[in-house]
Write a protein that binds this ligand. Structure first.
Ligand code: PGA
Length: 263
């Protein structure tokens, strides 16, 4: 069985405070046995900003880690509508997601901005979850691997090797995300995870291989087991298939069973 296996979900802009509280309670109860059975299981959920305070009150982060979906790199200032690291620190969160495909492609965030956010998150003791992934066009032009390398090299520029203990990466090809997305084949996901791990090894020769890399993009109960068996996939980052707590519990349980049987 693999050393540590991660399952997480970004709740995007779908759940209100009360939805989130109910969801987290159900998820916590529904994964209790699993967490007991598999000590190597790490779960995380990224609620909306408005739900974070209540989420942190009702969730034991020894069981389910919590994080924000975005963060400004500045501590304070004239940044209307933004949330600073100091504000998130008050909420007792573990993770800050940075550079989700929707941040990059709907809100136009650049690699340089993601880099400022990654460094600010690390400086404030958060675990940055840096998301990378190529668009359908970039894939067509045959530059998917270059895009991942660029996103990682700029996104992680200036990060010290000691800081990588608290760094997670998600690979989410843009063309695989959401209703219109097509899930990547497990072979393609493995190939791109290898590109990511090799780039991380270039940047951090000692630590690169140990930085967890998750696959995301149309993960569901029928394909989760195939991804989790890929040697370079350390976890699954799930959207739609995770937003019902019971279905997510089943997805996790089935994936862990597959892992147990095959490794
Ligand atoms: P999806 O979302 O699983 O619904 O495709 C993935 C994501 O955006 O993280």
């Amino acid at each position: 069985m693999k050393k540590k296996v991660y399952f997480g979900s970004n709740l995007k802009m779908y759940k209100t405070i009360s939805d989130t509280v109910n969801y987290l309670k159900d998820l916590s109860a529904g994964t209790e046995d699993l967490r007991r059975r598999y000590q190597n299981l790490e779960l995380f959920i990224l609620p909306s900003f408005t739900s974070l305070e209540r989420a942190a009150e009702v969730t034991d982060q020894n069981k389910i880690l919590l994080g924000a979906q975005n963060m400004c790199w500045e501590e304070s200032g004239k940044y209307t509508g933004e949330i600073s690291p100091l504000m998130l620190k008050e909420l007792n969160l573990s993770i800050v997601m940075i550079g989700h495909s929707e941040r990059r492609h709907i809100f136009g965030e650049s690699d340089e901005e993601e880099n400022r956010k990654v460094k600010a998150a690390l400086d404030h003791g958060f675990m940055p979850l840096l998301c990378v992934g190529e668009t359908a066009h970039e894939k067509e032009y045959g530059i998917g691997e270059e895009v991942l390398r660029t996103q990682l090299k700029i996104g992680l520029h200036g990060v010290a090797s000691e800081q990588t203990e608290k760094l997670w990466i998600a690979y989410e090809p843009v063309w695989s995300i959401g209703e219109d997305g097509t899930p990547a084949s497990p072979e393609y996901a493995e190939k791109m995870h290898r590109v990511i791990k090799n780039t991380l090894c270039e940047l951090f020769p000692e630590q690169g291989e140990t930085i967890p890399v998750f696959y995301g993009g149309s993960v569901n109960r029928s394909n989760a087991g195939k991804y989790i068996l890929c040697p370079s996939v350390d976890g699954l980052f799930v959207g739609r298939a995770a937003w019902n707590a019971q279905s997510f519990c089943e997805l996790i349980e089935e994936s862990m069973n597959v892992l147990e049987t095959h490794t």
